[in-house]
Design a protein around this ligand. Structure first.
Ligand SMILES: [Zn+2]
Length: 71
């Protein structure tokens, strides 16, 4: 086993082993910006602080599904 590589979490700036990060094909290194735990925490916080936005995007998503099903 080699030395564990470290990446800095973008939400808190703290270093974590790379295996703590999820995958994200849109980032240069192929890893998510935040650790999995922090990403989940952020999502939870976002849902609490932006309930309307979450509902809106959910509705948009459902509408899209409905459109696709009726087409
Ligand atoms: Zn963080």
């Amino acid at each position: 086993m080699g030395k564990e590589e470290i990446k800095f979490c973008s939400c808190c700036g703290l270093p974590f082993p790379k295996h703590d990060f999820g995958k994200n094909r849109q980032t240069p290194d192929g890893l998510a910006y935040y650790t999995k735990a922090h990403a989940a925490q952020k999502q939870k916080t976002f849902r609490v602080t932006h309930p309307e936005q979450v509902r809106d995007s959910r509705e948009r998503y459902l509408n899209k599904l409905r459109e696709r099903n009726s087409a």
